[in-house]
Design a protein around this ligand. Structure first.
Ligand SMILES: [Ca+2]
Ligand SMILES: [Ca+2]
Length: 405
């Protein structure tokens, strides 16, 4: 002890340092004591500066944490949007070349994503033509909202007569809703055999479009009505468009490369949709060629009055070079002629190298059998469906939906 004190007094500079040191130490008795205090004392800066640096550091850290939180949220949303886009693209691909080499396989293959199950009951009373559909409950529904849940409800209707549409209540934030609701439809036995029951499970959203989770389509003609049916079924991917029964058309295609000649023979149509009040239609067929996204050539048949099964047998020749045949699209549409009002499109079909399924097969058969006419029946699709696939492929709206030539 005595050795240390004289040293501080003998050296003036050392003395000064000790004085400041002690005063600093004294002030710490009112400030942070212990380890923190000592640490602060070791920093050769005024106390206010240390506090300012500390506060600044804390602020930066807070901003960083906030940024990370915001980024995480955005990523989640983006991922959801991406998934939605993928689903949409899948729907589009279903009718393009890549998917359509094996159309059925691809269509059903994409349904492997689980969407959940639905328990329903069916009962039909022939004496009062009454179909009772019970929507009981759903399980393992696909989560559509960010929180990993959905707000499900079920929409029920029949096709082709979609005049009555029923909906259950919405159940909030659950993937296992118990609906227990019954809906009644007036439907004759004859109609029942031709009808499809559609049950669609939706996710309710307050501020955006309701998302479809999945659906069931039941052919009512294939059901044994002697018993009350109650069963679970896996929901499938929703079909993008209503498959309404619009009718069928038969035509032949023939291509002669050496003569650059494409021949379309419109043979006949059957079971066309009734468009007029009298329960009939006045059908005629338009054949339109589209080349490089533009309307190119068009022809039409004569009108067949008051029939749903017209026989045309009209032949149309078009000059199409071998180079053009790779790029051309043939759109065949059936229309109902109306004297007093605008003609209505009953249904459409589009063929070409970019067409789908049955249509692509017909087109490919024509190309692989040059000079030989190849005939085939096709189910008509809705004009909107065909137009939308044409528009989607070209990202350019082709304005020929309802206009007459
Ligand atoms: Ca929702
Ligand atoms: Ca008519």
């Amino acid at each position: 002890m005595p050795t240390k004190t004289p040293l501080t007094f003998s050296h003036p500079s050392a003395n000064a340092s000790v004085v400041t040191h002690t005063s600093a130490f004294n002030s710490t008795t009112t400030g942070p004591p212990g380890f923190f205090g000592q640490l602060l004392n070791k920093i050769p800066l005024p106390r206010w500066a240390v506090y300012a640096i500390f506060a600044a550091g804390l602020l930066i850290l807070l901003v960083c944490v906030l940024c990370i939180c915001v980024k995480c949220c955005c990523k989640g949303k983006k991922r959801k949007r991406k998934q939605e886009q993928q689903i949409h693209l899948k729907g589009v691909n279903g009718s393009t070349t890549t998917a359509l080499v094996q159309p059925e396989m691809d269509e059903y293959g994409s349904a492997d994503k689980p969407r959940g199950r639905l328990l329903y009951s069916l009962e039909y009373r022939a004496q009062n033509s009454e179909l009772t559909v019970g929507v009981k409950q759903a399980a393992e529904l696909k989560a559509m909202d960010l929180g990993g849940t959905s707000d499900p409800y079920v929409r029920v209707y029949t096709l082709p007569d979609k005049s009555k549409t029923c909906e259950t209540k919405v159940f909030r934030k659950t993937l296992q809703p118990v609906f227990n609701e019954c809906f009644k439809f007036q439907i004759s036995l004859a109609e029942l055999k031709e009808s499809t029951l559609v049950m669609q499970v939706f996710d309710f959203n307050r501020f955006s479009k309701h998302d479809i989770i999945g659906e069931l389509r039941l052919q009512l003609g294939a059901i044994d009505w002697n018993h009350v049916i109650e069963e679970w079924k896996d929901l499938s991917e929703p079909s993008k468009f209503e498959q309404e029964n619009l009718g069928e058309i038969c035509f032949s295609l023939r291509y002669v490369p050496t003569a650059s000649k494409l021949t379309v023979v419109i043979l006949e149509a059957k079971n066309l949709k009734k468009m007029d009040i009298g329960g009939s239609s006045d059908p005629y067929v338009k054949v339109q060629l589209i080349l490089d996204k533009k309307k190119w050539k068009k022809r039409k048949t004569a009108v067949k009055k008051k029939t749903l099964n017209p026989y045309f047998n009209e032949s149309f020749n078009f000059e199409v070079s071998f180079d053009q045949i790779q790029r051309v699209q043939v759109v065949i549409s059936v229309w109902d002629h109306d004297k007093m009002s605008r003609n209505d499109a009953i249904g459409k079909i589009s063929l070409g190298c970019e067409a789908g399924g049955n249509q692509l097969r017909h087109w490919a058969d024509m190309l692989s059998n040059p000079r030989r006419p190849v005939a085939q029946w096709h189910s008509l699709l809705s004009a909107e469906q065909v137009d939308s696939t044409l528009a989607l492929k070209h990202t350019l709206k082709i304005p020929f939906t309802n206009k007459t030539f």
